[in-house]
Design a binder for this molecule. Structure first.
Ligand code: IYR
Length: 229
């Protein structure tokens, strides 16, 4: 970009993009390698009660927080819960909501859709997994003066960052579950988050249990998930 183009605007500052250009063969190899890595990710509901090595969650959250976001607001907070007492409080509150959901809120159609997953209201993994990462969406920001600041595309931004987080944790060799106890309001109360932060996802993280089983699911083939013009 010509340096004169923005010279009258004042505020913005640009630096050269750091970018490694790859040869086609290397590009193909990397694309396949990443696909194979990410395709081996499965939702894990049975964890080992074994701590995660120091620094791993920090780097995975740094990776998540590198996601693109509306107006670069990075409208997220990742709350990492390892304290057994807080995990227990979250389990009890989640199970109370989930019990009500499974017993009274699910439609017959929804119940049928969940049948292959074998889930029910019991959520022991919320206590067994060594860490729970609760992703909060900042529906609005708060500036230095305590004034509300509009955030943009927060649903999309936090969704993308959560995808980065799941990919980073998987690539680090950890199992994850994208858990959405519904409604999730109790997480703001238990974790004492401010009013602008809305619980978005609860991600138990840890080593999968040695005897962990997962549903026998197939992924849709490329021609069912893409159209090419
Ligand atoms: N939140 C419930 C129910 C549930 C809903 C969907 I959509 C799933 O893909 C899986 C579960 C639970 O976590 O059990």
């Amino acid at each position: 970009m010509s340096s004169t183009v923005n010279s009258t605007e004042g505020e913005e500052r640009f630096v050269p993009l750091q970018f490694d250009s790859l040869e086609p063969a290397e590009m193909s190899r990397r694309a396949k390698e990443f696909y194979e890595t990410i395709d081996s990710r499965r939702s894990v509901r049975f964890f080992e009660d074994k701590p995660i090595p120091e620094g791993v969650l920090e780097d995975c959250i740094r990776a998540a927080s590198s996601a693109p976001s509306g107006a670069h607001r990075q409208p997220w907070t990742f709350a990492v819960v390892r304290d057994p007492a807080i995990k227990k409080e979250i389990r009890l509150a989640a199970e109370a909501e989930e019990r009500e959901t499974y017993e009274n809120r699910l439609t017959d159609e929804w119940r049928e859709a969940l049948r292959p997953l074998g889930t029910d209201w019991h959520k022991p993994f919320l206590e067994i997994a060594p860490a729970l990462i609760v992703v909060f969406r900042k529906a609005w920001g708060v500036d230095e003066n305590g004034e509300r600041q509009t955030n943009y595309y927060t649903q999309e931004s936090v969704g993308i960052a959560s995808g980065f987080l799941l990919a980073a944790l998987h690539s680090a060799g950890l199992g994850t579950l994208t858990h959405t106890p519904s409604p999730m309001g109790f997480l703001s109360r238990v974790l004492e988050r401010p009013e602008n932060e809305k619980a978005y996802l609860l991600i138990p993280v840890g080593y999968p249990a040695a005897d962990c089983e997962v549903p026998d699911l197939q992924r849709k083939p490329l021609d069912e998930v893409s159209v090419w013009y």
